[in-house]
Design a protein around this ligand. Structure first.
Ligand SMILES: C[S@@+](CC[C@H](N)C(=O)[O-])C[C@H]1O[C@@H](n2cnc3c(N)ncnc32)[C@H](O)[C@@H]1O
Length: 213
């Protein structure tokens, strides 16, 4: 199920700016060549991540789930001049594609790619995060949230993707382990007094979660 009417999605895409031809080429290449291209953020979702990053000007960004690197390149745009983006990918082939794509980013030397399981790598990153993008295996979203929240600066932001999970969380009886996990995550965050959250119906649903001061 498309959350956003495909006509609305096409209209939104047509009238949202493309001001970075190199990044657009990276996005297009995955769309055209990758058998799992649907896992990539849409062009507009990526531009939304850039907007948030440029507005918040983070020092440290963590991304969980690199895939071919598009969203990392979008997020990196708002980094402070000496800031760092750390992104974690389990699959070596996708990590290698991402590394090649990063070379066309003006922020390439600020992007650090970690190959492996995010559950094992996150605790080894001794950083205080300003912005976190959770976009990996859905059944671990609560684990990722619990791991990163203590390391998130007050006022820092977590963005979680796919929180409407193709509309499956809207069904009366939620079936499928991913939809069940996402619904549990949404309720878990909604009941956490340490954060404030808002769900936006961008593409497959984005939850913006702010750590309270
Ligand atoms: C939806 S894709 C990420 C899309 C990317 N953020 C973008 O917007 O273009 C999810 C990625 O998470 C990776 N992944 C899944 N489980 C993981 C884990 N435990 N640790 C690290 N990466 C994982 C997958 O291999 C996949 O490439």
């Amino acid at each position: 199920m498309d959350i956003v009417n495909p006509l609305a999605e096409a209209y939104i895409t047509k009238l949202s700016s493309i001001h970075d031809e190199a990044l657009f080429a990276v996005h297009q290449k995955t769309l055209e060549q990758h058998p799992h291209q649907h896992m990539q953020s849409s062009w507009v979702q990526g531009q939304f991540l850039t907007f948030i990053s440029e507005l918040t000007k983070p020092q440290n960004i963590l991304e969980i789930g690199t895939f071919t690197g598009y969203s990392a390149m979008c997020l990196a745009k708002g980094l402070q001049p000496n800031g760092e983006l750390h992104t974690i990918e389990l699959r070596e082939a996708d990590a290698n594609t991402a590394l090649a794509n990063f070379s066309s980013s003006p922020k390439a030397n600020q992007i650090h790619l970690h190959l492996g399981n995010a559950l094992e790598i996150i605790p080894t990153l001794n950083k205080k995060w300003d912005l976190v993008f959770i976009d990996a295996d859905k059944t671990n979203y609560i684990n990722y949230y619990d791991l990163v929240l203590p390391m998130l600066n007050n006022g820092g932001l977590i963005i979680a993707d796919n929180v409407l999970f193709h509309g499956q969380v809207l069904e009366e009886e939620i079936k499928g382990k991913n939809a069940i996990a996402i619904n549990a995550f949404n309720e878990y965050v909604a009941n956490d007094e340490k954060t404030e959250q808002i769900i936006l119906s961008v593409r497959d649903g984005l939850m913006l979660i702010k750590k309270k001061f």
